[in-house]
Design a protein. Structure first.
Length: 146
């Protein structure tokens, strides 16, 4: 059975992306530079183009990852706003609107029992993402984030 998620172990790596795709793309970029340097002037323009394209592939991978994370952040914000709306009394609806994106995303780890107090604390004290996570007593795992 895996260890329960908490502040110290909640970050995740996506093995195909972090351990396969990125290293191979970086090796490809380094290798294309090596070939351009050691091939002399024969087909130099082609080798320079390979360097450019290798760099573009790295940018594409990073952009694809960033886009996926941004989409997940949007869904998390929506989920947390809905959860707060169901937990907080109607008189506290202004608190939901005052929470920043980073605060909403950090609050996903707070269980329902701690959520209202922590949301008020985040707004009143302007807590950052890390501070919110450190204030959570009973961690609510998010095992779906990539």
């Amino acid at each position: 059975m895996p260890t329960p998620q908490n502040y110290k172990n909640h970050t995740r790596f996506d093995p195909p992306f972090h351990y396969v795709i990125i290293p191979i793309l970086l090796l490809n970029f380094i290798f294309s530079i090596y070939i351009a340097i050691h091939s002399g002037h024969a087909y130099l323009h082609t080798h320079l183009w390979y360097i450019v394209m290798s760099f573009v592939f790295i940018l594409m991978a990073g952009n694809a990852r960033a886009s996926a994370l941004k989409a997940q952040d949007r869904i998390i914000r929506l989920e947390e706003r809905l959860r707060l709306a169901s937990i907080l009394p109607a008189s506290d609806s202004a608190t939901i609107a005052q929470l920043t994106e980073a605060q909403l995303i950090a609050l996903r780890f707070a269980p329902d029992e701690e959520l209202a107090a922590l949301a008020h604390k985040a707004v009143s004290q302007g807590l950052e993402r890390k501070a919110i996570k450190k204030n959570i007593v009973n961690w609510r795992a998010d095992n779906f984030r990539v």
